[in-house]
Design a protein around this ligand. Structure first.
Ligand code: AOF
Ligand code: ZN
Length: 372
């Protein structure tokens, strides 16, 4: 196998490893690293690693630990430039040099100003062979949340919406069981790969959801729950509040919301974040997302309701949209799932591109991506 093809194959492997950390490494990116050496024409894997929960240890440290002395003279593929700053441990770029790695294949530069080219420079100065930009777009897409947090002061936002075949998300303020069991499992999997799940207070009132990842063995991977609640109307007996001591729960509210309500909710273990309102007296979405980014959040999974979804799209802060449509109709007027701004954004080729449709049990799932 020629070098370029092997480099790509190793980078693909490293990307697969990195994907496992998504949702668990904030405020850090999720990085993957693979170490190998050649035996004749045959690559021999020596070490693999990905960024650990909470963002440390870094991927390279994990892979180097696994390879041990065998790293001397070996190659490494890494999905993000190795770091150059002194954190809890010395820089990964220095650790790579010290371990005797002679060739590094890197996907792209780290945008963190503490690194940004510095890691690659350390490797070059030490005389290592450095190949950059390998599967760059794929690596960028994987850590888009981290890149947005650093470059755009907001996390990546994934929007999930479920609707009946006649386009309703709910009826008379009541919850509707729309998604099939298979779609629900997919949603739980998606929850686990995000840093927070975000919903509006209206959804707390109608659905009273748990918002945890309840796939077998994955409960501990439940993300933080964020409720957008301008007036602190969330009832203390709501499920998300009752379980706040086990699964972190944040409520984002306005500066003028009741201090008494804040005290009641805080006593249940909820963190209250106060932000500015927009000119329609709603929580300002840009300020809200900036507040999450400032706390290190890189990936947000928004599960409703329709109003919050529309507000996010109106603010041009949505990166991925997944619409789950069940085959069953409500058959009477209810809460419209795709409100006007969302509808027109989906129909605008300059804003969103349809990436495909798949079946999930009996449901149809449409996937849209932001154009730029
Ligand atoms: C790497 N490998 O696996 C990750 C990196 O707070 P610290 O000291 O852990 O540093 C965080 C920064 O390190 C983060 O902003 C990003 O630039 C980089 N993340 N770097 O070499 C990794 N997760
Ligand atoms: Zn590092």
């Amino acid at each position: 196998m020629i070098n370029a093809a092997l480099d790509e194959a190793m980078m693909r492997h490293a990307l697969t490893l990195a994907r496992r950390g998504l949702g668990h490494t904030w405020p850090n990116p999720s990085v993957g690293a693979v170490i190998w050496r050649m035996e004749g024409e045959q690559p021999i894997l020596l070490g693999r690693g990905f960024t650990q929960n909470g963002g440390r240890p870094h991927a390279e440290t994990e892979a180097l630990r696994m390879a041990g002395d065998a790293a001397r003279g070996a190659s490494m593929a890494v999905t993000l430039e190795p770091c150059a700053h002194h954190g809890k441990t010395p820089p990964c770029a220095e650790a790579i040099v010290k371990a005797g790695i002679t060739r590094v294949v890197s996907a792209l530069e780290d945008p963190d100003p503490r690194v940004s080219g510095g890691g690659h420079a350390i490797l070059r100065q030490a005389g290592l062979t450095l190949v950059t930009d390998v599967l760059k777009e794929k690596a960028f897409a994987l850590n888009r949340g981290f890149f947005l947090r650093i470059g755009a002061n907001r996390p990546l936002v994934t929007l999930k919406l479920a609707q009946t075949s006649d386009g309703y998300a709910g009826a008379d303020g009541q919850a509707l069981m729309i998604s099939s069991p298979l779609s629900k499992q997919r949603v739980h999997l998606a929850r686990a790969s995000h840093d927070v799940i975000m919903i509006g207070v209206g959804t707390v009132m109608t659905d009273n959801p748990d918002l945890t990842c309840r796939l077998p063995g994955m409960m501990h991977l439940s993300p933080i729950r964020v409720i957008v609640d301008t007036h602190l109307d969330t009832p203390v007996n709501a499920r998300v509040i009752a379980t706040a001591s086990k699964v972190p729960t944040w409520i984002v509210t306005a500066h003028d919301a009741s201090a008494e309500r804040e005290s009641d909710l805080s006593q249940e273990g909820v963190s209250i974040i106060r932000v500015a309102k927009d000119n329609k007296e709603r929580i300002d979405i840009h300020v809200l997302l900036a507040a999450l980014a400032a706390r290190g959040i890189t990936r947000v999974f928004s599960e409703g309701g329709p109003r919050l979804a529309e507000t996010l799209v109106e603010a041009d802060c949505v990166d991925t949209i997944e619409i789950i449509t069940s085959p069953e109709a409500l058959g009477r007027p209810g809460t419209i799932a795709l409100r006007p701004h969302l509808m027109s954004a989906l129909a605008d080729p300059l804003r969103f591109v349809a990436k495909g449709t798949m079946m999930s049990g009996r449901d149809r799932v449409q996937h849209f991506e932001r154009v730029s």
